[in-house]
Design a protein around this ligand. Sequence first.
Ligand code: SF4
Ligand code: SF4
Length: 376
Amino acid sequence: MKTTQQIHEYHLWNKLSKHRSLVSFNIELTARCNNNCHHCYINLPAGDTRAIEKELSRLEINRIADEAVELGALWCLLTGGEPLLRNDFSQIYLDLKKKGLLVSVFTNATLINTEIVQLFKQYPPRAVEVSVYGITAETYEEVTRKQGTFIAFQNGLKLLLDAGIKVRFKAMSLKSNYHEMQRIAEFCRSRSDDVFRFDPFLHLRYDLNEKRNKEIITQRLTPSQIIALERSDIERTDSVKKLCNQQQNATENTTASNLIFNCGIGKHDFTLGWDGTFRLCSALQHPECVYDLRKGNLKDAWLNFAPKVLNMRREPNSIDDCYNCRLVNLCSWCPAHSYLENGSLVTPIKDFCESAHARNKAFGVIDHQTSEHEEI
Ligand code: SF4
Ligand code: SF4
């Protein structure tokens, strides 16, 4: 049974969802991380001085968070890189809590210590979401490429769980931990009642680093590995089947308007980048979609800049494949990921596309009518 209610399950959300209004925002506190995971899309070295110099200061974060609250925000997520790498993490966390915000934290748990746990006990986060890369030292450190990180992860997680801090788990599935995914799922589900999610769709890096992108691509699971993984997990099988059955609805409203963004971004949230950028979703790095909050302010970004991005259109009468595709729910395709992969907001992502077709063949409907008869 899951214990953390999702934001869209609240009655208040139904009221808010009818209009464009700010509800939440993500803060990338840093692009640095103490790990060096193969698949990571945002991890500069922990001691990268140029990155440190560009990071938003506590003062700047407070200024922008105050503006966000003024615009109606109730909730914020602290993420990275690894947010606990910041020496001023505790002060920033406390600043946000004192503004009355609900605060969630994404972490790899390796830097959790007694002081952080004490802080979380005194000022509880809405949730702490921990990424699990393996449940043996060998696999975990094959992913993170840093010795000693498995012990640090185990210690940090134990501190959180022993203190009764609400933890939610997630995992990325990649070649380096594929063989352990079932055990990772068991490990996570036995330690938290909350939803455990794993994701085999590895998107490319925010900094467009070509060398690191090649590493990410070599870590992507093949379509048949994804299917095998999803078949071996009953909860996952059920949720993928549901996605397959929703596929017609996914594109119903997308073809007529020629809008580039049909996914609901920018309606209720935004991402504050580690270097002061304003983005409508964390992955959306296209230069025309990024606003510099160091040169402007959040009110201008939210009220004037964002609507222009949301109004960006495809070529008139274009029939871009992904906007007419009934499998879009199955492939993690979106304009932001398309840009990271292809340098264009509107083109298919080959690897994702192949996996979507394989998932549909394995779990879904081929011709909109045969789902019950499909052999799985
Ligand atoms: S722990 Fe997370 S942020 Fe750090 S390198 Fe791994 S995936 Fe990236
Ligand atoms: S990437 Fe392929 S499966 Fe995904 S939406 Fe585009 S055409 Fe459809």
